[in-house]
Design a protein around this ligand. Structure first.
Ligand SMILES: Nc1ncnc2c1ncn2[C@@H]1O[C@H](COP(=O)(O)OP(=O)(O)OP(=O)(O)O)[C@@H](O)[C@H]1O
Length: 373
């Protein structure tokens, strides 16, 4: 049995992950990262719940102040992204740069442990033929979090345990009761931790970005209304535009230079393809030829068939790039969000959807708007 450091948020999933490993006879050490600056109920309550869980299990608990790392890698990343007119996805970035990397470092350096575990719903296996670790979807498809884990490295996968990957959420809740954990009845977190902490994404952004009103225009440039700042809008957004029209309007492009939000009909926010940068091939070697995959462009969306075409990197900071050509045009392909591609249950890789130049978005919108959906 080995020494395993378990990341504890104070929620039911990580509690059951820790309790399971403890009951299997592993030497469990609880580790909670203190993530957010300022007073927020979720962080303080989470740390206390995690500490109490470790008391119940009779295992040590460590708290590591990671507020500066979280601020630099997540808060600043989000604010800069929204300011530039994209909608950044914080979770995959957080998993790699704030959670798994630093947790593994701390486990090795301070605790003499080589393994870490979390309550994520996903699976890892070692492929003897390719000699690579592979990331797989969780058995509980409704809870599957593999989408957020595409950016992990082989080294991280090799040190990781996901004790909940083979079970359903309902089974996890049952186990929490059987183990007699005080976190058994804790409600499910509904949103991004940042949103739970601040109330809403709007309230979070208000702290960092001043309102910057401008025009809402259609794809022909006609002014339809006013907006409160391009950072408050997302490609594909319909609600909250405050513009009356004969048909529903969607955000087609965010023009930061002109400070305009450009809107069109539903057909105009369908895209036949997208390019993706900062690509990570988590389970497989990068291909040299086009590859058939299924791809997920949002956490909750269904994976759809696409052809992946390898591209050369435009610059060193962009990392590897690929083009994804969808079998059917996709709604609201949102720059800043992750595209994650799969071969069945196996996550092959993923990356960040690149912004298109505004004019290219408008041209694509005009072309799609006149095409049948
Ligand atoms: N502050 C933290 N410190 C250490 N590990 C964490 C922290 N927050 C989350 N984790 C780990 O990452 C996993 C997934 O986190 P996520 O925020 O998605 O929580 P969740 O699915 O609601 O799980 P939980 O019920 O454990 O909160 C958690 O189960 C936990 O192992």
């Amino acid at each position: 049995m080995s020494k395993i450091v378990v990341g504890l948020s104070g929620g039911v999933d990580s509690s059951v992950a820790a309790a399971t490993l403890h009951h299997q006879g592993h030497e469990v050490i609880g580790l909670t990262l203190w993530l957010m600056k300022g007073k927020g109920q979720c962080c303080s309550e989470g740390m206390v719940d995690a500490a109490q869980l470790c008391e119940e299990l009779g295992v040590p608990h460590h708290i590591v102040d990671s507020r500066d790392t979280f601020q630099a890698n997540i808060v600043d990343y989000l604010v800069e992204g929204y300011q530039a007119g994209v909608t950044p996805l914080p979770c995959s970035q957080c998993n790699r740069t704030v959670k798994f990397g630093p947790m593994l470092d701390y486990a090795r350096r301070e605790l003499g442990a080589e393994a870490i575990a979390t309550g994520h719903y996903a699976r890892v296996r070692f492929n003897e033929t390719t000699q690579r670790y592979e990331l797989l979807r969780a058995v509980d498809r409704n809870k599957d979090q593999s989408y957020f884990l595409y950016d992990l490295t082989q080294e991280m996968l090799g040190s990781l345990h996901f004790p909940l990957g083979e079970q359903t959420k309902a089974e996890t809740r049952q186990m929490a009761e059987q183990f007699g954990l005080h976190t058994a009845a804790k409600p499910e977190s509904q949103d991004l931790c940042l949103i739970e902490h601040h109330g809403s994404m709007g309230q979070f952004l208000e702290k960092y970005l001043a309102p910057k009103p401008g025009d809402i225009v259609d794809t022909q440039g006609r002014i339809l209304g006013r907006h409160t700042g391009v950072h408050n809008y997302t490609i594909g957004q319909r609600k909250g535009l405050g513009v009356a029209a004969a048909y529903p309007l969607y955000v087609v492009a965010l023009d930061v230079g002109r400070n305009q939000v450009i809107v069109g009909d539903r057909a105009s926010v369908h895209y036949p393809d997208c390019t993706v940068h900062r690509v990570n091939w988590v389970s497989a070697a990068p291909p040299t030829e086009p590859l058939s995959v299924t791809v997920q462009i949002r956490y909750r969306s269904t994976a759809v068939p696409a052809t992946l075409v390898p591209l050369s990197a435009a610059s060193e900071t962009e990392g590897a790039r690929v083009q994804l050509v969808f079998a059917e045009p996709q709604f609201g392909v949102t720059p800043g969000q992750a595209a994650v591609w799969y071969d069945g249950d196996r996550v092959l890789g993923g990356g960040i959807i690149e912004p298109l130049p505004v004019q290219a978005r408008v041209d694509a919108a005009l072309a799609q708007a006149s095409a049948p959906t």
